[in-house]
Design a protein around this ligand. Structure first.
Ligand code: ATP
Ligand code: MG
Length: 218
């Protein structure tokens, strides 16, 4: 059982898109998946509610008790994914300290690069809390999302984000800026279901494998 947070303190970097697509990828592999929405926008739970296939369970948590609630239910699932809201607040911190793995999506933009430092600072505090409570370090990684191939800003983002490699190295898989991600979510589908042979689906399959390896799961 692994608890995987997808979050940053900045809005719009693709947290919900990535969390929903990873939930679909894991469910397709036969994992029992709980997708927790820890964001006031409730995008992830709305996504699950419009799905015809009921192979993903969801909870919308609005109180900063994720780290207390999860240990009670986590053994019912293989993967618990948390869509961790786009601002630093008590629910964000409570979700973060509950995670085994934490994935920080970053959009190739100067503002997003600058704002990554805020997420890293909260992450450092969460790691301190975990140490003090004799819990394992959270494995944390940055994920480049909405990458436009062969652009200067794309290359610069990858270079600039190396600054955080001690706290959160960049995942090998990168997710492109692709319309399939927008078109599929409105239908309650992951890209693996919507366009299984698309580049978007290929990237999500690669992301799933990379994260599954990091989680040390089969
Ligand atoms: N790889 C991608 N390619 C194209 N569009 C994308 C991609 N990832 C996300 N988007 C789009 O970018 C927008 C923001 O994505 P999303 O809602 O997942 O971000 P978020 O971080 O959850 O935002 P919020 O902080 O508001 O909850 C959405 O319109 C989504 O469809
Ligand atoms: Mg969201």
């Amino acid at each position: 059982m692994t608890i995987i947070g997808i979050g940053n303190t900045k809005g719009g970097a693709g947290k919900s898109t990535i969390a929903c697509n990873l939930a679909v990828a894991a469910a397709k592999k036969g994992k029992k998946v709980l997708l927790i929405d820890a964001d006031i926008h409730s995008s992830s739970s709305a996504f699950v509610s419009i799905r015809e296939n009921k192979n993903i369970e969801t909870e919308w948590i609005k109180t900063p008790t994720v780290h207390e609630d999860l240990p009670k239910i986590k053994n019912n699932y293989d993967w618990v994914l948390i869509d961790v809201g786009g601002r630093d607040n008590a629910i964000f911190r409570s979700s973060l300290i509950a995670c085994d793995l934490f994935i920080i999506p970053v959009k190739p933009s100067v503002f997003d690069i600058w704002d990554t430092i805020d997420t890293i600072e909260v992450l450092k505090e969460a790691q301190k809390w975990r140490r003090e409570n004799n819990l394992k370090k959270i494995k944390s990684h940055l994920l480049i999302n909405m990458l436009k191939a062969h652009t200067i800003i794309g290359r610069e983002t990858i270079m600039e984000l190396q600054e955080f490699k001690a706290e959160a190295p960049i995942l090998i898989t990168r997710i492109g800026d692709r319309s399939a991600f927008q078109n599929s979510i409105t239908k309650g589908l992951g890209v693996l279901e919507y366009e299984p042979s698309s580049k978007a689906a290929f990237e999500i399959a690669a992301l799933y494998s990379e994260i599954n390896d990091l989680a040390g799961e089969k």
